[in-house]
Ligand binder design. Structure first.
Ligand code: C2E
Ligand code: MG
Ligand code: MG
Length: 398
């Protein structure tokens, strides 16, 4: 099967040359000349590899990266441009900060001679998983959870952990959600995956309780879950089987909850809250209708998207937006969680702004259940800042 590649460049000659070269390397190639073209034809973005020009008329490569981030596109990106090395360096750093796999910078003049050297290591990377493989993985229990601690930013106490799914693939090693969540959504596997994740999280909760740890656990829930037939009945069955304490479970929803189903979503979510679960609006601030969802749905928590949090120590506007979200959450009586805290400066700014809870690499990476146990035993609030630095270098990143 051919891999898909996309060239985003307003220079037709580069489009043609790139297409020719990539085809020789076995790619099915699409081209786009502007951000508008991408907006009008989202199917173009169905690519594992993107060659991205930096300047595209009105827009820069940074605008394109922001757009890809908002759409949760997870392609590998090679920057091709005639821009200066330091501009390219900034774009690559911005891409990495947004979580993209950046392959590097190739000046356009070297496209013909040097493209192959950028593609070689990328081609050796294992192929993307298929829906059949994912179905088998769920069935054969190859999925597992890692846990990222969440701490009370005012008291420096660990109060919760977010469960994040991983796939231990026998051939490819550990796979991250960005390589299979979209696949699960497209192939109808999101529900079986979610039920499996909920079950694993409930089992983990039982284990923590048996160790005497009074921890909340947050579980990521897709829109498909809310609309699923018999969702409450199945949830009740699992609760009973695992003796789950629902007052210690937070269900995190992203803003992908369809606008057209708000009425029904409200009914299901209220029923879950009546059972004791807390509800969180994840990645707040990145969707189009987040305020409407906040207004209509019975959330108890909102999580500030890390695209804001990661900038608050270097960009005044990101700080003002973040402070305003914290204020909004406080006035609505919600717990406000900041995700993606990477530096102690961000940590301090958030604590000073009155943010309730935080998580991020600066506190701990997501950890396997065993590593989480060890981390929790060693965690010392008074030594947090020193601890942040040592955890950053030694915690088992998953
Ligand atoms: P999310 O729910 O917003 O989870 C936070 C993501 O940010 C996690 O990525 C986490 O590893 C990452 N992260 C945490 N701290 C930092 C930091 O300081 N800096 C940076 N750059 N990143 C940080 P992960 O585990 O790759 O998950 C990505 C997304 O996949 C999640 O975003 C969530 O939307 C989805 N996901 C993860 N697990 C599940 C699951 O079990 N079910 C569903 N439906 N979605 C899941
Ligand atoms: Mg989440
Ligand atoms: Mg999030």
């Amino acid at each position: 099967m051919l891999s898909n590649a996309l060239i985003i460049d307003d220079d037709l000659e580069v489009q043609l040359l790139g297409k020719e070269l990539l085809s020789q390397h076995g790619y099915e190639v699409q081209t786009a000349g502007s951000l508008g073209e991408l907006v009008r034809q989202p199917a173009l973005l169905n690519a594992e590899l993107i060659l991205l020009d930096f300047g595209l008329g009105e827009f820069t490569g940074l605008d394109i990266l922001d757009y890809l981030y908002d759409l949760r596109i997870k392609a590998s990106i090679l920057l091709i441009s005639s821009c200066a090395q330091d501009t390219a360096g900034r774009a690559i750093a911005a891409g990495k900060a947004l979580g993209f796999h950046m392959l590097g910078f190739l000046p356009k003049a070297k496209l013909f001679t040097d493209l192959a050297s950028f593609l070689e290591p990328f081609k050796k990377a294992p192929k993307a998983p298929t829906s059949n493989e994912l179905a088998k993985a769920i069935h054969e229990k190859q999925l597992f959870l890692v846990y990222q601690p969440q701490i009370d930013l005012q008291k420096n106490q660990v109060i919760s952990a977010e469960a994040l799914v991983r796939w231990q693939d026998p051939q490819r090693g550990v796979l991250y959600p960005d390589s299979f969540i979209r696949l699960a959504e497209q192939s109808g596997l999101m529900l079986p995956l979610t039920w499996y994740v909920i079950e694993l999280a409930m089992k983990q909760q039982a284990q923590w309780l048996s160790q005497g740890w009074d921890l909340n656990i947050s579980i990521n829930i897709p829109a498909a879950f809310i609309q699923a037939e018999g969702v409450l009945e199945t949830f009740d069955q699992l609760t009973q089987v695992h003796n789950a304490v629902l007052s210690k479970i937070t269900l995190e929803l992203t803003e992908t909850v369809g606008v057209e189903c708000l009425g029904y979503a409200c009914y299901v979510l209220k029923a879950l809250r009546q059972r004791g679960c807390k509800l969180s609006l994840d990645d707040f601030g990145t969707g189009h209708s987040s305020l409407k969802q906040l207004y209509r749905l019975p959330f108890s928590e909102l999580k500030i998207d890390r695209s804001f949090v990661s900038q608050i120590d270097r960009d005044q506007e990101a700080l003002v937006i973040t402070e305003s979200i914290i204020d909004l959450g406080r006035r609505l009586g919600l717990t406000v969680v900041a995700e993606g805290i990477e530096t102690s400066a961000q940590f301090t700014l958030l604590a000073e702004a009155g943010c309730t809870v935080g998580q991020g690499y600066c506190i701990a990476h997501p950890l396997t259940a065993g590593a989480f146990n060890t981390w929790l035993r060693e965690y010392s609030p008074s030594a947090l800042i020193a601890h942040q630095m040592s955890m950053f270098s030694c915690s088992k990143a998953c």
